[in-house]
Write a protein that binds this ligand. Sequence first.
Ligand code: NAP
Length: 420
Amino acid sequence: MSYEQVEVPADGESIEVLDAEADELDVPSNPIIPIIYGDGIGQDVGPAAQTVLQAAAEATGREISWMRVYAGESAREKYDEHLPNDTVEAIKEFNVAIKGPLTTPVGAGFRSLNVALRKKLDLYTNVRPTFHLDGVPSPVKHPEQMDMVTFRENTEDVYAGIEWEAGTDEVQQVREFVEEEMGYDDTIHPGSVGIGIKPITEFGTKRLVRKAIDYALENDRDSVTLIHKGNIMKFTEGAFRDWGYEVAEEEYGEAVITEDTLWEERDGEAPEGAVVVNDRIADNMLQQLLTRTEQYDVLAMPNLNGDYLSDAAGAQIGGLGIAPGANIGDGRILAEPVHGSAPKYAGQDKVNPSALILSGRIMLEYVGWDDAAALVKDALEATISSKKVTYDIERQIEGGEKLATSEFAEEVADRIRSNA
Ligand code: NAP
């Protein structure tokens, strides 16, 4: 592949995919990894994350060859387009990439670049490990009870972008079809209406639920909970639950057992090492996150539920400056933090880079560099515990020392070097 706008680092090698569905990769010790800094605070947290991740790679005898690619405002300024083809192609070619946040204007303008990237690269799973780091202030009494991993479907649901604006000919056509041909003549109020469509497919649901169950089995997790609003949206969210159970019942033999079977046939006693699959209605689950935190483990859900629920879970462990994530397809990952571009802090060397650093940790685990990933987590936790923190944490604790983004990253990298 030749790129028109960006350079491929001369000294790195490609990560090759051996088995896409199993996320099996052939990773050299000097991989080329594309990085998008993104908008707003992306220019602050991007270099900070590079410092820490490179330190962890070097401490374990490797080196990352970063390939800087562009999206968002920085791409528009440089190339007059928000999502250059080179960026998409680089992630397709090198398979493992990391990005900072991208600004999405509300209302008019382009649809979300994040959504576009996930769709173009078929990154159909959004994974967010949510666990508490010692020393991070939290709004709940026992943040340490939270240790969940959310799997959010990334390509369908109301995020599919099939919607029509009030007042257009298109919305009128859809309205007539729904009312006259489908028989919902008394359902939509008279006057202006905006209409959106919520597709949830068997294909999209099953591949997402498989990823969640595979993860639970590989990481010795006890349960996978399907979260849905199937009591109301029977043919979309209800179907998500049913197809999810089909995967559990038909594809994993004795390694997976449903909660119903567990009680009907085994008196609640799960076979050794088996993953239990159950389901919860989304509103109930949002309160159980707080009231029964310890009972939940891996969660799988459609797109919109996942958006709300993973942010709520993130708040319990200290909020946006900390919460990491990654978008995963078959044999491909684009790690990214949960937070946005926080434009008011852009370029101030002020915000917390932990969320992007921990997103990088997910990426390191994905390529099998578990030793480097562990160094990152331990050094980050030790730095925060020593009360050397960025503004967002410093304002919530007593006796903290406020560090700039870059100082914090150097502190974490130093700890990695001395712990290695
Ligand atoms: P945001 O950028 O996440 O910022 C909201 C607030 O969260 C900040 O004002 C700050 O709170 C805190 N925060 C966020 N990141 C932080 C960090 N690294 N360290 C410390 N505190 C941090 O949310 P937003 O203002 O709603 O969104 C801004 C833009 O980002 C929008 O265009 C949105 O669409 C976009 N966005 C992009 C992504 C993505 O690229 N994946 C995700 C979400 C939002 P305090 O001011 O209270 O300190």
